[in-house]
Design a protein. Structure first.
Length: 236
């Protein structure tokens, strides 16, 4: 815990502050987000290294099997988005609106094309869906946690159908991902990161080309069964 508060979090504060003040203006000038995106991934990589966290990837080639897709992941810890963002190719992410209020970081994520949504506001949800589909059609992959919140016990919560509707509408495949170990390193409600290992399993992509919205339920069920099997004590 001391490592987190004396080393990791001070590093992140300094890194984000300097990165925002120096590289955001550069991004405005060159009109290209790639440098800022690389800087963000590098900051996360260093922070995890300082935390004593290692990352094991299983079948990472599946993340790049298609140029554009919807990545669907389980969610048990605040470490999940960071580890996924560091690992995946260029993505946009649908986040709860309150995260946009984080000083500096909220603005940087917005600049990077992240999509904020107020789940209690129907109009906000509609705009988020439209923005997500537009991003997919524009060639930018999407990361979504279909449970909508962190699972307190590691078991999959009910899935929201929105991500699967987006994949069908944009005709891009769904790539299920199961993240293992983050709950032990940073459980829900914890403020510090413990040293340890994160394992990230990429499952076979599920194509959606030719599907209609009437196939949404079966697509969602197939993805959920794949993820539940991998997260069970004796994965299939």
């Amino acid at each position: 815990m001391l490592r987190a508060f004396l080393l990791v979090y001070p590093f992140l504060v300094i890194y984000v502050t300097i990165g925002t003040l120096v590289f955001v203006p550069i991004t405005w000038l060159i009109r290209d987000i790639r440098l800022l995106y690389w800087l963000s991934q590098t900051g996360i990589r260093i922070a995890l290294l300082l935390s004593g966290v290692s990352l094991e990837l299983v079948h990472p080639e599946r993340a790049r099997q298609y140029p554009t897709c919807v990545f669907i992941s389980n969610h048990v810890s605040n470490l999940d988005p960071a580890a996924l963002f560091m690992t995946l190719p260029r993505i946009t992410v649908v986040l709860k609106e309150s995260l946009g209020g984080i000083p500096l970081l909220g603005y940087v994520m917005r600049l990077g094309g992240f999509i904020y949504v107020n789940r209690s506001d129907r109009e906000s949800r509609r705009r988020a869906v439209e923005a997500s589909v537009a991003a997919l059609r524009g060639g930018l992959s999407l990361l979504i946690f279909p449970e909508g919140t962190r699972s307190p016990d590691g078991k999959l919560l009910p899935f929201r159908p929105g991500p699967f509707s987006m994949a069908i509408e944009a005709e891009v495949p769904v790539v299920p991902i199961t993240v293992h170990g983050t709950r032990d390193l940073m459980p829900k409600g914890a403020a510090a990161i413990r040293p340890g290992r994160i394992t990230m399993r990429f499952h076979p992509p599920v194509p959606t080309a030719g599907m209609g919205q009437e196939s949404r339920a079966s697509l969602m069920q197939k993805v959920r069964e794949t993820m539940a099997s991998a997260l069970s004590p004796t994965p299939g």
